[in-house]
Design a protein around this ligand. Structure first.
Ligand code: FA5
Length: 341
């Protein structure tokens, strides 16, 4: 019977070596350590043996049982580790795979240009002053020296709302009055950026909705030379020294004297095209010395204070900087256009 136990030990351990899965291991346990297994049968029948045989066979039988239980526990652990290893390699992250490209948003070209403009004016001491898009007739026109029924109103094709006297601002100039009334009698150096709206014929250089950046400087001894010098410096900083600026006498009811600022058309190199209306120049701003009536409407005494003001078009500036041939691209939301900036 001792030989039988040794044979059980050898065959069971040999069988265990070829076990590779959980199910096979359970089958092995039932076969070699289960209640009806030969080993358990021998141990269960010990009482049937003679007193002489019993101790040696019992001892050897227990030895084999402990050995098999230990081998079984080791195999359970080995299988668990193998399974873990398998899941680690099978589900492993391949760090050498190229990543999925992230579609990154970016700022609209008009916003990019606005920020460039803010930075240049900030360097020259102008801070941003926010004014409203929806204005009253009084602020958009009357306080800017454009009375009702004055022919100068023809310069601005206005969107009127159904609320009497409430309109979409046609320019950022009404912000001048807001700023003056807030700061008076302190000196002012502000820029007023924002959207303007005009009911006009859309073309390569005109939109019904466009940004403007108004500028306003008020103080004592502010002169026309300050205006020209400051705007010339702005043109140099935004376009570089190779672009030419032209100051052209003009008319605005809220400035006196008034002038337009033109820059040579980058699209045609000054030869004339649809963008510059075949003049070779693209108008980027209107400007002038703040009219005494406007100063007074803002609270400043024109015999003591003077000021200059300008209103520029950032989309026109962006067109000149990037060679954009049509202003309509800006608000068409065409990613083929927007993705280039
Ligand atoms: C004005 O709007 C005046 N308020 C500017 C001003 C301010 C003059 C302060 C004096 C003192 P104007 O209509 O020319 O002026 O417009 C100013 C700038 O806005 C233009 O030079 C142009 O760059 C831009 N602009 C005007 N209309 C349009 C439009 N329809 N589409 C795109 N840009 C425009």
């Amino acid at each position: 019977m001792i030989d039988q136990l040794t044979a059980i030990q050898q065959t069971s351990l040999a069988a265990l070596q070829s076990v590779t899965g959980k199910e096979a291991l359970e089958a092995w346990r039932v076969e070699y350590l289960g209640k009806k297994s030969p080993l358990m049968t021998i141990l269960g029948d010990l009482g049937k043996l003679s007193k002489e045989e019993r101790p040696a066979i019992g001892k050897r039988g227990n030895e084999v049982k402990v050995l098999l239980e230990k081998a079984y526990a080791d195999k359970v652990e080995a299988l668990r580790k193998a399974e873990l290893q398998h899941s680690l390699t099978a589900g492993a992250l391949d760090v050498t795979l190229p990543g999925r490209p992230i579609v990154r948003g970016r700022l609209h070209p008009a916003t990019q240009t606005l920020r460039e403009i803010y930075a240049i004016w900030a360097e020259m001491g102008f801070q941003v002053y926010r004014a409203r898009d929806v204005e009253t007739d009084e602020y958009n026109f009357e306080l800017l020296n454009i009375p009702k029924h004055h022919p100068a109103r023809d310069m601005w094709d206005t969107f009127y709302t159904t609320t009497p006297n409430v309109i979409l601002r046609t320019h950022t100039s009404p912000g001048q009055i807001h700023a003056m009334r807030e700061y008076c009698p302190q000196p002012i150096r502000v820029i007023l950026p924002g959207m303007c709206y005009r009911y006009e014929q859309i073309s390569a250089s005109k939109e019904i909705q466009f940004n403007q950046v108004e500028g306003l400087a008020v103080g004592k001894n502010v002169r026309m030379t300050d205006l020209i010098g400051t705007l010339a410096e702005f043109v140099r900083r935004i376009f570089g020294p190779e672009r030419t600026a032209r100051f052209r006498a003009s008319y605005f009811p809220f400035t006196e004297p008034s002038m337009e600022v033109d820059v040579d058309c980058i699209v045609c190199g000054g030869q004339g095209c649809a963008v510059c209306k075949y003049t070779g120049w693209l108008e980027i701003a209107g400007s002038g010395m703040v009219h005494p009536i406007v100063l007074r409407n803002g609270g400043y005494d024109p015999s003591i204070y003077s000021g200059f003001a300008f209103g520029m078009g950032p989309e026109r500036i962006a067109m000149l900087k990037h060679g954009i041939t049509d202003i309509r691209y800006f608000w068409q939301n065409d990613l083929r256009f927007l993705g280039q900036f």
